[in-house]
Design a protein around this ligand. Structure first.
Ligand code: SF4
Ligand SMILES: [Zn+2]
Length: 901
């Protein structure tokens, strides 16, 4: 997928300047040379762990020189890594021993806190002894040469930038989170309702613990319940609004991860990387909810005493009454005159009768019916019914544009929801027989979002539309929920209507037009996967085309694939595998017919057989033509060659893996919704996020979104688990292991331990703020392949004022020199507003003068005011075009030849 989003990551492989600066990195990336940590494991070391730190450093200094001599020998081919035995103690072990000693009096970074972290003391970074990881994923937002980057985000940082962007993963407060009891609740309300649990400010965000069960999506793309352990909020002024084809809408911060599908994998992508036309994950299906049928009444104080016997359990009739009242109901109250009227108005006699029957069964009361101008009004005057509704469904008592689906319905099981939906659709929906659509209108957006969510219980896909009309100089907004095509049949099958007029209209729709669902319920970006599977199963496009109409077109043009067609393909591929297995059996007793049949159906050519048997094509042709008894011996050979092809298909692990990926997508509870509009918003507002325990995902406004983990939290990883995660990233195609933070420095000991256990060749990228001690710089030599170092501030007071990092210039310049000496370097210069002359200018000049004009430098313009940036007046805005131009001018003036922006 990164190939689509990041064309530059493909092109950079041919960029000579990048290749010159990062020659060894490119070689390690393509497995032509070993990563430094692999060499460090093979370099023998002699030392005593209990010796003094000075003694260990002396040995380290000696071995560092030896390491680089060994690396030269390996790189030039004079030696091979395979010839080097794993020593009892290695250079990497020596580094671990030193790092352990540093932990006793911590000085990994320039703060030199001196705390004994092994004894539980915490320094400025608050990092302990176990590495806390916030997320691990294939990052496609880094410099092109690094993408896709196997990125490990850890907790804790050694500086405090007031414009820190680590808090950028959030959604706006009105986003509706789907709880696992079926309720949709505004994320801001989740925060407000959890505040009693104890509010904490963690680096600019207000965080509260929570204990909630939310819906999420697991690895097999199924909706599951997960735990929400906390809610946080902070101010942001940089937002992206995304609208999709089905009318869903979400507003998120630019780094917020949403999910897309590429080559059968479900992959997180930052919102800022998405573009119109991309497909992102929304929910398609929600499993049935086992809600409790009991109704709690009489709970509020003062207790209500009923003269009638109010229902104590939810029933389909009660649900239908709620549906009718939400659609066409009205509750009239005059406390002074003690009038409490529940009124249902409709023109349809069937509905009126059904409403009256339901009412009698639920409350034992018969509504009085008035008729005027073909309009029926069913009226019940009862303080008891009113009190019941006030307690159980207060959402019906407000004005119609504020009405919502009551929680009693959202939390009910499907049999109840069916009855409710029938009530509201019967009373409120319109059916257009010509277009084959069912439409539901409301001025309340949330009500329709709730109904859209309820329809997901039946796998019914609905679309949301906003209709704006100018009325008396005011813009009137109405929302429309639309069910079309095949989903109308689903609606009819699972829910249906009571009104005979509506039933008739639905029948009239009859054979529906070409189902638009084919264009809505699709799986994007799977052409490569399908092509791969098809060829592995030895099928031609024509073979598949005879089953799936238009297959060739879909495969060649990488068109989104309709789920229904993909389902057929999966069955077809499964069947193909079964028939290959059967043929393989039959070939144990070969005859000419079966071999010929095999060759025909599996598209095996005589030439292919000839090459397996290492004989000439004409000989195969001759014997196959003869088919005589004299060719019996050859028949056995031919059968063996054919079985060889069959067995290779049956044991093809990639084929089976790709087929199971397809099965996951076909059965996924996800709808891949096309983005139709992306807008950037610049309004200062509160943004929210929740912390989800296992899946790190949740559902907001129907979208599947990634969560963020609190700064102080994160998941504890053992070095073994982290090593496996790194190996998996490499196997998934990542170009490197990108050690990020917070800041990777406090975790150096754990990183060294981890890489001792990593057994794949992967370049190590040290993605740091550059504020680490000289000791750390020495330990990184012979371990880190690429130093991805921030250079944030010039030689003045800016670093102290903005990042609480005194002496930054000296520390940072020293570490860049170490980086260049011991590895390859990419320097990141974040241009800050109004800091071009005091910072950017000095930094770029220093780089050109001290690291060389061809230093790979990323002049970054992505600064935006985040977190507490508002405390620094000049940081309250983004860069102006003039400032960006000036930064480029400065880079050119200094003579830098290898900078990117
Ligand atoms: S890593 Fe730095 S901030 Fe953290 S405890 Fe060590 S010296 Fe202090
Ligand atoms: Zn400055």
């Amino acid at each position: 997928m990164w190939r689509i989003f990041r064309r530059d990551a493909v092109e950079v492989l041919h960029d000579e300047r990048a290749r010159a600066s990062l020659a060894r990195y490119f070689a390690v990336m393509s497995d032509e040379k070993p990563a430094k940590f692999m060499i460090a494991k093979r370099l023998p070391a002699e030392f005593d762990e209990n010796g003094s730190l000075e003694e260990l450093w002396l040995e380290h200094e000696k071995l560092t020189e030896e390491f680089y001599r060994l690396q030269d020998a390996l790189d030039s081919g004079r030696k091979s890594l395979d010839d080097l035995e794993l020593p009892e103690k290695s250079y990497l072990d020596l580094k671990i021993a030193i790092a352990n000693k540093i932990l006793e009096k911590c000085h990994f970074c320039n703060r030199r806190c001196g705390v004994n972290r092994l004894k539980g003391e915490l320094g400025y970074c608050k990092c302990g002894t176990e590495i806390a990881v916030s997320s691990i994923f294939e990052h496609i937002g880094e410099e092109p040469e690094l993408v896709p980057s196997g990125t490990i985000f850890t907790m804790g940082c050694t500086i405090r930038c007031l414009h820190c962007q680590n808090w950028t993963i959030c959604v706006t407060g009105d986003s509706l989170v789907l709880l696992s009891n079926g309720t949709l609740i505004e994320i801001s309300r989740l925060f407000d309702e959890s505040v009693n649990g104890g509010l904490r400010e963690i680096h600019g965000s207000l965080c509260v613990p929570a204990d909630l069960s939310v819906f999420s999506v697991d690895e097999s793309a199924k909706i599951v319940a997960d735990f929400c352990r906390g809610v946080s909020k902070r101010i942001s002024s940089d937002l992206i609004e995304i609208r999709t084809q089905t009318g869903r809408k979400i507003t998120v911060t630019p780094n917020h991860l949403l999910y897309t599908c590429y080559n059968g994998l479900i992959i997180p992508v930052p919102a800022k990387e998405l573009k119109e036309g991309d497909f992102i994950a929304t929910i398609r299906f929600i499993p049935d909810i086992k809600g409790s049928p009991a109704i709690n009444i009489g709970n509020p104080v003062p207790k209500v005493s009923y003269k009638i016997t109010p229902p104590t359990a939810i029933s389909p009739e009660l649900c239908r009454i709620i549906g009718y009242l939400l659609g066409d109901g009205h509750i009239y109250v005059n406390e002074r005159k003690e009038i409490y009227e529940i009124v249902f108005t409709n023109t349809d006699q069937d509905l009126l009768e059904d409403y009256i029957n339901c009412f009698k069964r639920v409350f034992g009361l018969a509504p009085r019916v008035l008729k005027r101008d073909r309009i029926f009004r069913a009226i019940v005057r009862s303080v008891d019914v009113f009190n019941f509704l006030r307690e159980v469904t207060p959402q019906l008592l407000v004005q119609s544009k504020l009405r919502e689906v009551p929680p009693i319905i959202m939390q009910a099981d499907n049999s109840m929801v069916t009855s409710f939906l029938k009530g509201i659709f019967d009373s409120k929906a319109t059916i257009n027989s010509r277009s084959g659509e069912i439409a539901l209108y409301s001025t309340n957006e949330k009500l329709l979002v709730q109904i859209q969510t309820l329809l997901c219980r039946y796998g019914i896909i609905s679309q949301f539309r906003l209709i704006s009309r100018k009325k008396k100089k005011r813009i009137e907004r109405t929302y429309k929920l639309l069910i079309t095509g095949e989903d109308v049949s689903r609606y009819n099958l699972f829910i249906g209507f009571t009104s005979s007029e509506k039933i008739r209209k639905l029948e009239k729709i009859g054979v529906l037009k070409a189902s638009p669902r084919e264009h809505i319920d699709v799986i994007p970006n799977i052409s490569d996967l399908l092509r791969d599977l098809r060829t592995r199963l030895r099928l031609t496009q024509h073979d598949v085309g005879s089953l799936i109409k238009g297959y060739r077109h879909l495969e060649c043009k990488n068109r989104p694939f309709p789920r229904s067609k993909l389902k057929e393909m999966v069955l077809f591929f499964d069947e193909r595998l079964r028939s290959i297995e059967e043929l393989n059996q039959r070939l144990t007793k070969p005859d000419w017919n079966i071999i010929k049949y095999c060759m025909k159906t599996l598209n095996i050519s005589q030439r292919e057989i000839a090459s397996i048997l290492n004989i000439s094509h004409s000989l195969v042709k001759y014997y196959m033509y003869k088919e005589s008894l004299s060719a019996k011996k050859f028949l056995d050979k031919l059968s063996a060659a054919t079985r060889c092809i069959l067995s290779s298909i049956l044991s093809d692990k990639i084929l089976l893996e790709n087929l199971s990926k397809l099965k996951v997508l076909v059965n996924a509870d996800i709808l891949w919704d096309k983005i139709v509009k992306i807008s950037k918003l610049n309004e200062k507002t509160w943004v929210y996020d929740i912390m989800v325990q296992n899946t790190n995902r949740f559902i907001a406004n129907g979208f599947l979104v990634h969560n963020s983990q609190w700064f102080e939290s994160g998941e504890i990883y053992t070095p073994r688990r982290l090593a496996t995660a790194i190996e998996n990233l490499r196997r998934a195609g990542c170009r490197n292991a990108n050690l990020v933070g917070g800041e990777p420095t406090p975790w150096l000991e754990q990183w060294l331990e981890t890489f001792k256990l990593v057994n794949v060749n992967i370049p190590v990228v040290w993605n740091s703020n550059s504020y680490y001690s000289e000791e750390t710089a020495k330990l990184l030599a012979g371990f880190v392949d690429v130093y991805l170092l921030d250079f944030k501030y010039g030689p003045f007071e800016c670093s102290k004022r903005i990042s609480d990092a005194p002496n930054y210039w000296d520390v940072c310049t020293r570490n860049h020199i170490y980086g260049k000496r011991y590895g390859e370097l990419i320097v990141r210069v974040l241009v800050l507003p109004n800091h071009l002359e005091c910072c950017t200018k000095h930094i770029l000049k220093w780089i050109a003068d001290n690291l060389g004009r061809n230093t790979r430098t990323n002049v970054m313009f992505q600064y935006r005011p985040e977190w507490r940036a508002y405390e620094v007046p000049e940081l309250r805005r983004r860069l102006t075009a003039k400032e960006m131009e000036r930064a480029i001018e400065l880079a050119k003036e200094t003579g830098l030849t290898n900078f990117i922006t």
